[in-house]
Ligand binder design. Structure first.
Ligand code: ACO
Length: 329
């Protein structure tokens, strides 16, 4: 019997309605459309507004749309995995709340956190469940309400992030498509360059942590930038080399959308022309766990069965990775 592979059979996203433009940010902090556009490539991002709305609301909408699109009832789903750095609350998992909001009752669900590399790690984890032969319909959601952890008085970070969710369906196949290979890496010694200072077990919330504005993203941008450029290029080349893939064999690079200059540098390292690089950072900014599936969703009508995709990301931790994925439809 042929080895079972896990194929993406549908993708669907959810974007909040509110559009935060560079022009509006100019009114909030000392920045300019020109600086943001040239340094990051971002023109606008979506923000989830409204009391009582959280990551699971966007994730629930993405999953409902995904099930409709694929014609799968909620009761058929076996498992829901959510990668997020902004769960609705510390526990229970956002995946449980997403399942509840999407009407999924017969599945088990949990969250994963690998910062901006989270969707890639969750995709491979989910693929292993499918490849085991036991699970037939596995949903992977990348979802983040980044606006809940962004300091809108800090011009260095507030221009970068946006809110969104996007989900994929993974199903078994015996064809030569799906999640083919991956290379991942993490190292914790550089955690201090990108993290949230308070709110965890190290520094629980207190009046002092709130006064010191420690419940927001803290990033040393240049350090992260340099490492992201190196690691995303290196790891993408490594997964290609392991599988004897040349630049000509690669149909699409699907890079994490953190900065246009990182995306372009990664494409150049891989010797890919810009037409083969998925980019939507100008519309959504960095949506952390949602960037990669949102690219797949935006470019879905340009993808063909058998296309070789290289998905790659770098994030807090540090974490990084690349997946070779063969598109299945
Ligand atoms: N508007 C105007 N000026 C600004 C802004 C702003 N929004 N932000 C910073 N500046 C200023 C700085 O103060 C600095 O001024 P100075 O020279 O007078 O000191 C100048 O611009 C240059 O600042 P740098 O930080 O050197 O700018 P850089 O070109 O590195 O761009 C950026 C900053 C966009 C943050 C970049 O470093 C970056 O993209 N880093 C990587 C982000 C990333 O990949 N994150 C990983 C994923 S996120 C996750 O895992 C959750």
């Amino acid at each position: 019997m042929a080895h079972i592979k896990a194929a993406i059979t549908a993708v669907h996203g959810h974007l909040p309605d509110y559009i935060l433009t560079n022009q509006e940010l100019e009114q909030m902090v000392d920045t300019s459309d020109e600086w943001i556009s040239t340094r990051t490539g971002i023109k606008e991002r979506r923000i989830l507004k409204g009391a009582g709305l959280a990551t699971s609301d966007m994730g629930g909408e993405a999953v409902k749309g995904l099930l409709d699109k694929r014609g799968i009832g909620p009761s058929e789903v076996d498992m829901v995995l959510c990668s997020t750095v902004t769960p609705d609350m510390k526990f229970p998992a956002a995946a449980n709340l997403i399942s509840h909001k999407a009407g999924i009752k017969n599945a088990f669900s949990y969250d994963m956190n690998a910062a901006c590399s989270g969707f890639l790690y969750a995709l491979v984890t989910a693929a292993n469940y499918v490849e085991s032969g036991r699970y037939k319909k596995v949903v992977v959601v990348g979802a983040d309400k980044m606006s809940s952890i962004v300091d809108y008085t800090d011009r260095q970070t507030c221009v970068l992030f946006g809110d969104a969710a996007c989900a994929v369906m993974l199903e078994p196949t015996q064809e030569d498509v799906g999640v083919m290979d991956h290379v991942f890496g993490s190292e914790g010694s550089s955690w201090q360059y990108l993290h949230m200072k308070a709110g965890g077990s190290l520094k629980p919330p207190s009046h002092e942590t709130i006064d010191a504005r420690e419940h927001f993203i803290y990033q040393e941008g240049q350090t992260v930038f340099k490492l992201a450029v190196t690691k995303m290029g290196d790891i993408s080349l490594e997964v290609m080399k392991r599988n004897n893939l040349s630049a000509e064999d690669v149909s699409w690079l699907v890079p994490h959308q953190a900065n246009m200059r990182i995306i372009e540098a990664t494409g150049r390292r891989m010797n890919l022309p810009p037409e083969k690089v998925m980019v939507n950072i100008q519309k959504y900014g960095n949506t952390t766990n949602a960037t990669i599936p949102l690219c797949l969703w935006d470019y879905e009508d340009k993808l063909n069965k058998g296309d070789n995709l290289i998905l790659t990301a770098f994030g807090g931790g540090f974490t990084w990775g690349a997946i070779w994925l063969k598109w299945a439809y």
